[in-house]
Design a protein around this ligand. Structure first.
Ligand SMILES: Cc1cc2nc3c(=O)[nH]c(=O)nc-3n(C[C@H](O)[C@H](O)[C@H](O)COP(=O)(O)OP(=O)(O)OC[C@H]3O[C@@H](n4cnc5c(N)ncnc54)[C@H](O)[C@@H]3O)c2cc1C
Length: 338
């Protein structure tokens, strides 16, 4: 059923805890509710913002339009084939709870992505990734409303054109409203433990042949140790993407800064650790007004209390300027800045 509210504070709906008001918020719990919302005369023609958990947005102003809050809940185990198990969920499923549920269904494969905030429906937008795994590696297809035609469509992995924190949805913002996602979990399951933090945590616990649940718990432990809980300190996780540079640029960087942290990519480029670049510029733990850089993780910008979206953006720009001046590298924000 469609629920429509007017003049709604969005502070509770974004993990930075930034102040902003929306003219309308429509809570969407079914495909029918979505169609009903889009057909309402008072909403037609208004700017739209689709929101899941609000964990990857920076709200810099009031929104004179309609926020569509995705609350479609559904979990389904589909038929297996010879090579994989398949699970499907509604866009409003809480990602971490969905991952937990897949494990309880004996469908391992998503455990490295434990504890990422937000919803299942938002996971394809930036092709979420962590601890050696990206969503794209477990993605089968999704169902979305194409707002340019008003039709529901099925988009495959190829069509979604996933890249590092990137997808079709970033290139055509607002066109598709995702209502359900199907994931493909390869069989036989193989542990992904190449990431140093994960292997170290498992080794410290004396686990040398981990089950998926043990990896899930290890990842959750690491994340709780390293990242601030948005309920206590507003943030949107990593604020910048790790810049990808060509081999010559990385070699030149290493020549000047032998400690530079980077990861070689299969195509010969290198992903430079943005956190290291920011740290080198002395930003870790610093503040600019009410916005700050987290003490333990320089990649995470935080709301120290009462910050506005403009404060966060001002800090982000200052960091970008420092990194560019020192390293000649441009940092690109990860969240949607509205
Ligand atoms: C503490 C913390 C840690 C994090 N760690 C990670 C991490 O390890 N890896 C990672 O990749 N990300 C991470 N993030 C970022 C964030 O959790 C993910 O990007 C997540 O997928 C966002 O989900 P959401 O539901 O909150 O999306 P929102 O913030 O609500 O929306 C994000 C974008 O997706 C769009 N969108 C949302 N739902 C839909 C839909 N159904 N259809 C169409 N468009 C939609 C929105 O319009 C917006 O552009 C972290 C964030 C926090 C706060």
């Amino acid at each position: 059923m469609l629920q429509l509210q007017r003049d709604v504070s969005l502070r509770e709906f974004n993990t930075f805890g930034l102040p902003a008001t929306a003219r309308y918020v429509a809570t969407i719990d079914s495909e029918a509710a979505l169609l009903e919302a889009l057909a309402m005369p008072e909403l037609r023609g208004l700017p739209r913002l689709v929101l899941g958990g609000g964990s990857n947005v920076v709200l810099t102003r009031d929104f004179d339009g309609v926020v569509l809050r995705m609350a479609i809940r559904a979990r389904e185990r589909l038929a297996d084939d010879a090579h994989a198990r398949y699970v499907r969920g509604g866009a409003g499923e809480v990602w971490h709870d969905f991952v937990d549920w897949t494990l309880s269904q004996d469908c391992p494969g998503l455990e490295n992505l434990a504890l990422i905030p937000g919803t299942l429906g938002a996971a394809p937008i930036q092709n979420i990734g962590a601890y050696g795994l990206e969503l794209a590696e477990r993605f089968a297809e999704l169902r979305a409303l194409d707002t340019t035609t008003g039709e529901f469509v099925t988009l495959t992995r190829e069509t979604c054109a996933f890249g590092y924190r990137d997808s079709l949805f970033k290139r055509e913002p607002g066109r598709y409203i995702i209502v359900a996602v199907t994931l493909r979990l390869p069989q036989p399951w193989q542990a992904v433990t190449g990431y140093a933090d994960v292997s170290r945590t498992l080794a410290e616990a004396g686990i040398d042949a981990p089950h998926a649940r043990q990896i899930f718990n290890a990842v959750a432990d690491i994340r709780r140790r390293k990242l601030p809980d948005p309920m206590e300190l507003g943030n949107a996780g990593s604020f910048f993407k790790n810049p990808v540079v060509d081999a010559a640029t990385f070699a030149a960087l290493r020549e000047r800064f032998p400690q530079a942290v980077g990861y070689a990519q299969p195509d010969g480029t290198s992903k430079v650790a943005a956190g290291w670049l920011i740290d080198q510029c002395g930003w870790r733990g610093k503040s600019l007004g009410k916005a700050g850089v987290h003490e333990r993780q320089a990649l995470v910008l935080v709301n120290r209390g009462g910050a506005s979206g403009a404060d966060i953006v001002a800090l982000a720009r200052a960091i970008q300027a420092s990194v560019h001046e020192r390293f000649g590298i441009t940092l690109e924000p990860e969240p949607l800045v509205l």
